[in-house]
Each structure stands twice: as C-alpha cells, then as structure tokens.
Design a protein around this ligand. Sequence first.
Ligand code: NAD
Ligand SMILES: O=C(O)C(=O)C[C@@H](O)[C@H](O)[C@H](O)COP(=O)(O)O
Ligand code: ZN
Length: 360
Amino acid sequence: MKTLEVDLGNRSYPIHIGSDLIDQPELFSACEKATSIYIVTNTTVAPLYAERLTKTLGQLGKPVRTIVLPDGESYKDWKNLQLIFDDLLKFGADRQTMLVALGGGVIGDMTGFAAASFMRGIRFIQVPTTLLAQVDSSVGGKTGINHPLGKNMIGAFHQPVAVIADLNTLKTLPARELSAGLAEVVKHGAIADTEFLNWIEANAKSLLACETSAMAHAVLRSCEIKSAVVSADEREGGIRATLNFGHTFGHAIEAGMGYGSWLHGEAVGCGMVMGADLSRRLNFITQDEVDRLTKIIQSMNLPTDPPKFGAQRYMELMQVDKKTEGGQIRYVVLEKIGKAQIKSVPDAQVIETLAATGAV
Ligand SMILES: NC(=O)c1ccc[n+]([C@@H]2O[C@H](COP(=O)([O-])OP(=O)(O)OC[C@H]3O[C@@H](n4cnc5c(N)ncnc54)[C@H](O)[C@@H]3O)[C@@H](O)[C@H]2O)c1
Ligand SMILES: O=C(O)C(=O)C[C@@H](O)[C@H](O)[C@H](O)COP(=O)(O)O
Ligand SMILES: [Zn+2]
C-alpha cells in the first residue's frame, strides 16, 4: 500500500492506494469518534462491495447503515440528493455521523455534497471504486450535483477526511468505464507531466487490460499530481483551473447530450482534443502535438468526434461554465505538452476550433 497526503493544514488527509483495502478496518480510523456510519452507494456497487465494507466498518463497533441510490449521471440531482438526507434524518444521524462514499464519481460528488450540507457539515470518507474516481474525483473536495442547464452547478468545496482507493475493485469495472477513467489520467500527463504522458502512451495496452501494476502507477501518479495542485490552490483561485483541461468543451457535450449519454470521461477526452486544437490556434503547441494527443486518447478507446450541436449551441452551453467571468468564457489551453494555463480566447478562434473538430 502507498499513502500520500493532501496538505491542507488541519484539514489534511491521507490517500491510501493498494489492494483489498476495503477489508482493513485500521484504514478507517477517522471513524473512531463517529456515533454512526452511513455507507452511501448505488444499485450496481452495493451488491459488489457493500457487504464487505459493512463487515469491515462493523469491526469499529459503531452502527453501520447503507443508503442505496439509483445508478447513473442522470440521478446526480436534487431529488436523489434528498434521498440521502431523508435516510440520515429518519435513522437519527447526528453531527458526529460519518458518511462513506462507496462508488464512482457520481456517488462521491453527491455524498460529499450531502456531508457538506447536512447539519451544516459532517465528515466523510471517499472509497472510490471506478478508475475515474480513484485518479480524480475522490481527491480535492469538489462536491455537488448537476443542473439541467449546467454540469456540477450546485455544490460546495468540502474535503473528505480520508481517501481509500482499493485497486482490486477496478477488476469488476466495465471496459467503457475504464476508458472513461483513462481520459482523466491522460489529462494529468497532458497538463502537468510529459514523462507521465510518455509512460501512458507506452503502456496503453496494460492500462486497457487493467493490469494491477499499471493501474497502481496510474492512480498513484495521478493522485500525486492532483493532490499537489489542490494543496496549492484548494478553491480554484489559480492553478487548480488547469485540472479543468478539456472540461469547458466536455461539460457542454455532457449537458447538451443529456447527462449520462456520453460518460464524463468520454466527454473530457473529446474536450481535450478540442482544447488541444485551440492551443494550436494560439500558437502554443504544434499540429503534430495535437495529433499525438488525439492518438493517445483514441488508443484508450475514447471518442474524439464531438456531437454536431453547431457553434451557437456550443457557445451557449459553454457560457455557463464556472470559469466564466463577467460573461467572458475562459479556457484551459496547453502552453506546451505538460503545462497548461487558463485564458480568455476570442469567440472567433473558438468557433474555428468547433468547425475544425467537426462540432459544427
Ligand atoms: N469532484 C471531482 O473533482 C470530480 C472529478 C472528475 C469527475 N467528477 C464527476 O464524477 C462523475 C463521473 O464519475 P465516474 O466516471 O466514476 O462515473 P459513475 O460514478 O457514474 O460510475 C460509473 C459506473 O461504474 C459503476 N461502478 C462503480 N464502481 C464499480 C465497480 N468497481 N465495478 C463495476 N461497476 C462499478 C457505477 O455504478 C456506474 O454505473 C461525473 O459526475 C463527474 O462530473 C468529479
Ligand atoms: O478537481 C478539479 O478541480 C477538476 O477540475 C477535476 C475535474 O476532472 C472534475 O471533472 C471537476 O468536477 C470539474 O470541476 P468543475 O468545477 O468544472 O465542475
Ligand atoms: Zn473531470
């Protein structure tokens, strides 16, 4: 097992990465002072892992309950968030209750938001079971739900007290979900670490085969990159925005298609191709570098042809992005491979990218 730390002063927390971690009660020591523990999970993950985790948490001598939500991005909304509050109140949860998010990014984001707002804030632990959640969403404390008009529009920054990433849970992940997670892995290489990107490119087969040693490295290096960024800029005043590479276009695809049609990682993969094209138009990277990044994304079995919403619809959808300031959309672009920056770009140039990448 490897352990990293997200360094946020007295809100610092460990990220544990290894095999069969959900069977190890000592990793859940943050529950020591909890009056009760609620596992929040969904109808797909519950039959796979809830019983094992309940057994582990049961060894801590606290009452353990499970809240099971419907599965899917389309349920990341107010109505289903309310189901968590309903159960917490019905069964007498209090301010010392610990929530444990068992699942992918949807469960993590919703459980985190429930923890941020229940009784004005309780503690929670992330137990990510998708690659995407292990390399990205479980770390950093962005929590929330979608709005029909925009992705993750309602939420809060609320850090977990621990992240426990059990690599063995990835063995039951469908291939399409594995590929979606690899999009965020590629993103970390593209924005922060050329050597890591080279490694990803050279190890595409092992990654797609979900080989444990490849997964271990992808999760560890991604968490190192993300935790360093979050430790430096928790609330996205500056450098954290670079983690949004591919997301301005990607979130527009997700919202425009209806949540759940394209997976988040698929939309981000395609969004990165569009972001790379925009970076070339700004004379930051070369066409060869755009082509290379596109090939890496395709090698992960991810789509790179955006839906044809037309320029006006894309601009409308992107306008509600959280990075927009004073009506000005700001994009994450690659200054070079391995380094990103946030930038306002004239609409005309963005529309050229939309046209060139087939979005129009
Ligand atoms: N908070 C953040 O920083 C952050 C970062 C990236 C993404 N996100 C959010 O995360 C969400 C995407 O997360 P995701 O890709 O994990 O999707 P997801 O949570 O929908 O999980 C994907 C699918 O895999 C299933 N699943 C989960 N674990 C499994 C396992 N071990 N075996 C078999 N099936 C399993 C789920 O039930 C679901 O059907 C989006 O809502 C996105 O906005 C948040
Ligand atoms: O943690 C971050 O910061 C990120 O931007 C990571 C993204 O992969 C993630 O999808 C995040 O939820 C997007 O943030 P948002 O603020 O654009 O909703
Ligand atoms: Zn993302």
